[in-house]
Ligand binder design. Structure first.
Ligand code: NAP
Length: 274
């Protein structure tokens, strides 16, 4: 697909992967609709993209992806101003990473489900009739390794990304006859603002090894590649596929190593209290 002049919606474009993705589409000369809550960040990104000299255009839409009315407004403004939607990147999302009983039922649990799951479903649901009418479109959903492998402290985040995985798989099989592709990308750790919002507290200092960390730009480049060559699933970096394979075929081993190397050392003090 030639991306120049195509209308692309990128949700969660005010930072990290979404911001880098909007920039990549800008470099390709697309008409990029950038949505998130922090409108000041979107406006400076729009200025940067507009001055790239690639013919790219931008439309800034302030939207809270947990609100249906904001999603409806995002799609209606796009149609009103740009007339069509060729590509949708469902990227907005966040994680709150703590033991389940420590998570706030509303601010941490409900909020993650509202943005990471309902936001993706409702945005896709609003965009779909437009793409079906066009008989063409590309939907790229930002999943995560947490959408394939559940890790302690990631309960709700993993639930939300597993939901994105299942939703996208079913949708792909629904919409292909209309010329619509649904692709999924599963990044491991990416250096963004994500960890600042996640509230991670670790005694073991367990984290993604540095050589496995991705930049937002690497994920953004993968997203653009998925428009040109849709894929059912793309795990990046590929080395994480080993973990996915082990989790599927030797889950007992993954349970054992995770519990003995992470859960018990992290919760040692609590386990001693009777
Ligand atoms: N970083 C990682 O290690 C990693 C790994 C795998 C997958 N991912 C996924 O990648 C996506 C982007 O995350 P990131 O790493 O780029 O983190 P980030 O820098 O924190 O970006 C998150 C984006 O989501 C937006 N967002 C959050 N809540 C929103 C809401 N209610 N309404 C609208 N927009 C909202 C934020 O915008 P506002 O705050 O301005 O609204 C921001 O633009 C997420 O879906 C995340 O789950 C991240």
């Amino acid at each position: 697909m030639d991306i120049k002049g195509k209308v692309v919606i990128v949700t969660g474009a005010s930072s990290g992967i979404g911001e880098a993705t909007a920039r990549e589409f800008g470099r390709e000369g697309a008409k990029v609709v950038i949505a998130a809550r922090r409108v000041d960040k979107l406006q400076s990104l729009a200025q940067e993209i507009n001055s790239m000299g690639t013919g790219a255009e931008t439309l800034v839409v302030q939207a809270d992806l947990s609100k249906l009315e904001d999603i409806q407004m995002l799609v209606s403004q796009t149609i009103e101003k740009l007339g069509r939607i060729d590509i949708l990147v469902n990227n907005a999302g966040f994680g709150r990473l703590d033991w389940l009983e420590n998570l706030d039922p509303i601010k941490d649990i409900q909020a993650q489900i509202d943005v990471n799951v309902m936001g993706v479903i409702q945005t896709t649901r609003q965009v779909l009739p437009v793409m079906m009418k066009q008989r063409a479109g590309s939907i790229i959903n930002m999943c995560s390794m947490a959408g394939l492998v559940g890790t302690p402290t990631y309960t709700i985040y993993a639930a939300s990304k597993h939901a994105v995985h299942g939703f996208s798989e079913a949708l792909r099989r629904e919409v292909k006859p209309w010329g619509i592709d649904v692709s999924l990308v599963y990044p491991g750790g990416v250096v963004t603002e994500f960890s600042q919002h996640a509230g991670i507290k670790r005694k073991t200092n367990a984290s993604t090894p540095k050589f496995m960390l991705l930049t937002a730009e690497q994920v953004a480049q993968a997203v653009v590649k998925l428009v040109r060559r849709p894929r059912r699933m793309w795990v990046i970096p590929w080395l994480w596929s080993v973990t996915v394979f082990m989790n599927k075929f030797i889950p007992g081993f993954v349970d054992y190593t995770t519990i003995t190397r992470f859960t018990i050392p992290e919760r040692e003090d609590e386990l001693k209290i009777k």
